[in-house]
Design a protein around this ligand. Structure first.
Ligand code: SF4
Length: 218
């Protein structure tokens, strides 16, 4: 599966979190081993400037097929709905326009982190940038893409929420998609994968075994 990653209005902390994923060879090698081909990421790919924009344009036009769109950071709709508070560098076009075009081409759309899922900290206070999430505006359904949005595979936006989101949740969600094992019924009312929202963080902690076996530090 081919994967595109965009960063909207956020702190980049969710990407930093991803890089901390438990993986012997590194998370990007794990992606490759799992059949996930990272076409472009603004912070992890070599391509930048014209080269990067060419990749995004080809993906938006349908000349470069891809499967998964990951969006990190809130979507800025201001001022006055123009989206011009955040322009994709060198393109002259609001990032929200790119997101809408690419989302329409993707089999799966993932909101990486609470900003992208619900607006998060970026939409706090007076929210003068009119920030929102991909399919939620705070606790209200809608957001940038609207309530009725469904990706090519028929799913709503998959909200891998958390601030920052846990690297294991990103990796497990992507690997579930690569296996064809994530369906709409596997999402909770907030469109988050149930595999991490229906258990305590404590139980999902990779260090929980130390607790279970009472292997405490002295
Ligand atoms: S969800 Fe939190 S960590 Fe992720 S981009 Fe937003 S502010 Fe940063």
């Amino acid at each position: 599966m081919k994967l595109l990653w965009l960063q909207a209005a956020g702190c980049g902390g969710c990407t930093q979190s991803l890089l901390g994923a438990e993986s012997r060879a590194g998370v990007l090698a794990q992606f490759a081993d799992s059949g996930l081909d990272l076409l472009w990421h603004p912070g992890l790919s070599e391509a930048c400037g014209d080269e990067a924009r060419a990749i995004l344009q080809a993906a938006a036009d349908g000349r470069l097929p891809f499967d998964i769109l990951c969006v990190e950071g809130a979507l800025l709709r201001g001022p006055n709905g123009s989206g011009r508070f955040q322009i994709l560098s060198g393109s002259g076009r609001p990032l929200i326009d790119w997101v809408c075009e690419l989302a329409a081409r993707a089999a799966y759309v993932l909101a990486i982190g609470t900003c992208s899922a619900y607006g998060g900290i970026v939409s706090g206070g007076e929210n003068i940038t009119d920030a929102c999430g991909l399919q939620f505006d705070g606790d209200q359904e809608g957001g940038l893409l609207g309530t009725d949005f469904r990706s090519g595979a028929g799913l709503p936006v998959i909200n891998v929420a958390g601030c920052p989101t846990h690297p294991g949740w990103i990796v497990d969600t992507l690997l579930s998609l690569a296996l064809g094992a994530l369906r709409a019924a596997d999402l909770d009312a907030w469109q988050r994968p149930r595999f991490y929202t229906e258990q305590l963080v404590h139980h999902g902690c990779p260090r929980n075994e130390f607790y279970e076996f009472k292997a405490s530090a002295q």
